[in-house]
Design a protein around this ligand. Structure first.
Ligand SMILES: Nc1ncnc2c1ncn2[C@@H]1O[C@H](COP(=O)(O)OP(=O)(O)OP(=O)(O)O)[C@@H](O)[C@H]1O
Ligand SMILES: [Mg+2]
Length: 273
């Protein structure tokens, strides 16, 4: 853990949560509370990958966004070629984990409307503040006892971010990428996160978590640009969640951004089910 974080939190217990290329997350218990600690490093170029210097900036960028959104119980800074943040730890399974029983072959369990509602409410809260998340995916919804938290705001757009920590948005996980985002990334290498694209990503997240299958048809091992082509052309697979939740998910996955409901409208529709 970065020395500045050890100094600030003096953790009494810590656990490594993920350690991926460019990013490490720990859970830390401290006299000050329970925190998620993130550290980023630059990814050097390899034969297969171009350099990705933005992974070094992501934790500080996220810290700045959280601060902007009104969260005070956090800090962020620089270390060793990269940046770090700590923020409150949210206890609970993520959406994909929670709906695992729905994906079993003999599934007798239906996806729970209240869980979908919790996810929509978390997204609606962010949208209500004028921000778009940019990286909505099942792992980023933490379903707590009292409420659902939408985490990983490193790519969010909607307010001031210090230029030194900012970087362009280059798309998200293709499974959750809206057609217009995929099209823009293919054409220019970049895109603009929008609330409409977040809604598509929420629909795709609910679909994959409930069925284990993604919205668009493409081979798993296809190169990223080929996957994006499939998403951009909107080749929807015939995968459905049963019932009214399924119909609502379908509208969220509309090809045209303007045809998708807002988070507020999705919340209203779910409340009425
Ligand atoms: N505040 C938090 N509370 C609880 N768990 C968290 C928190 N922040 C991160 N995590 C855990 O760490 C994982 C990775 O965090 P996060 O998605 O923010 O990092 P990342 O480096 O951007 O990963 P990815 O590239 O997969 O998006 C999350 O999926 C979650 O399990
Ligand atoms: Mg993440």
């Amino acid at each position: 853990m970065p020395a500045a974080v050890l100094d600030a939190l003096t953790p009494t217990a810590q656990r490594l949560v993920v350690n991926r290329r460019g990013s490490t997350v720990w859970e830390a218990e401290s006299p000050r509370g329970h925190y998620a600690v993130k550290a980023g490093y630059p990814i050097e170029a390899t034969a297969d990958w171009p350099a990705q210097p933005w992974t070094a900036l992501a934790p500080a960028r996220e810290g700045a966004v959280l601060h902007r959104l009104g969260l005070d119980d956090l800090a962020y800074g620089e270390w060793d070629g990269g940046t770090w943040n700590y923020q409150p730890w949210h206890e609970g399974p993520d959406l994909y984990q929670l709906w695992e029983p729905c994906r079993r072959p003999d599934a007798a369990v239906q996806p729970h409307i209240s869980v979908a509602l919790g996810c929509v409410e978390a997204l609606a809260e962010l949208h209500g503040k004028g921000w778009a998340h940019g990286d909505v995916q099942p792992a980023h919804f933490i379903i707590g006892i009292e409420r659902t938290h939408l985490i990983d705001l490193a790519l969010a757009r909607g307010g001031y971010v210090p230029t030194g920590y900012d970087f362009p948005f280059r798309g998200c996980l293709v499974h959750y990428e809206a057609p217009e985002i995929a099209r823009s990334v293919l054409a220019t290498g970049q895109a603009e996160p929008t609330q409409e694209a977040d809604i598509y990503a929420l629909g795709a997240s609910l679909l994959i978590s409930a069925t284990g299958r993604r919205a668009v048809e493409y081979p798993d091992d296809a190169p990223r640009p080929v996957q994006r082509e499939a998403v951009a052309s909107g080749r929807r697979r015939d995968v459905k969640v049963p019932g009214e939740l399924g119909a609502l998910i379908d509208t969220m996955l509309s090809h045209e951004p303007a045809d998708r409901p807002t988070a507020y409208e999705v919340g209203k529709a779910l409340n009425a089910l």
